[in-house]
Design a protein around this ligand. Structure first.
Ligand code: DC
Length: 224
């Protein structure tokens, strides 16, 4: 059985990265968290105090970005520095939708993602994998859950580092990001026509990974 390319798209807090990590570990596949790449570009733009879209696109095109899967998470190395600890702050989260809507940023990131994804044996999570990055991915999943459920999950993740954030703040921020990501002009967050919709509101992360493996088996009966 050939190694598949599995695209997992969906809104913030759907559990895409956690589920993708479980799947990749179980299948012995690589894992690419494409959101982390957009976050790294956003972090660099904030660090360099760039506000102009062209300047940010120019920076993104020139960045030396490397992604290294490690056990806990995928690490992003930018110009030799591991920026992973800095890319999930509320500040980066609040700017990432605007940065990822810039055409030059998307083309630079998409080129890297495609190169890694085309080889197969990989799980990619993002917003536009099934529609733009890998339109011929072997399996496409659109993973979602209600805004409230997703906010509860993010709230649990966030409160350790940011005890000042309320559940209401998190729900508002998720809704705002969903809106921006699904209404941008280029490659908006959207379910691909041939993607399987999976609402994991009542599923654990393990249960979600199992459901995705079942979807893969249905399409490729000799799959793992
Ligand atoms: O998955 P995440 O929440 O870490 O993603 C952060 C942001 O990056 C998300 O709000 C939109 C953007 N993104 C994107 O535009 N395209 C992708 N393939 C992945 C993420």
């Amino acid at each position: 059985m050939k190694k598949l390319s599995i695209a997992i798209d969906g809104p913030a807090g759907a559990g895409k990265s956690s589920v993708s990590k479980i799947l990749a570990a179980r299948l012995g596949y690589a894992y690419l968290d494409t959101g982390a790449m957009y976050r790294a570009v956003t972090y660099e733009a904030l660090e360099r105090k760039l506000t102009d879209d062209d300047a940010i696109a120019d920076m993104a095109a020139k960045l030396d970005m490397e992604v290294i899967p490690k056990e806990d998470t995928m690490h992003v190395i930018v110009d030799g520095k591991d920026v992973t600890p800095f890319i999930r702050t509320p500040e980066v989260s609040s700017h990432v939708s605007a940065v990822s809507a810039i055409a030059g940023v998307r083309s630079a990131m998409t080129a890297i993602q495609r190169k890694l994804g085309e080889k197969g044996g990989i799980v990619l999570d993002g917003r536009d994998i099934g529609t733009t990055v890998l339109p011929h991915a072997d399996v496409k999943i659109f993973l979602t859950a209600s805004v409230h459920t997703r906010a509860i999950r993010r709230f649990k993740e966030l409160t350790e580092g940011h005890p000042d954030m309320t559940m209401e703040d998190v729900e508002k921020e998720i809704s705002r990001r969903d809106y921006l990501d699904s209404h941008r002009e280029i490659s908006p967050l959207k379910q691909a026509d041939d993607a399987v919709l999976l609402d994991n509101g009542d599923l654990t992360l393990e249960g979600t990974a199992e459901a995705i493996i079942a979807i893969c088996r249905k399409k490729f009966p000799d799959f793992a």
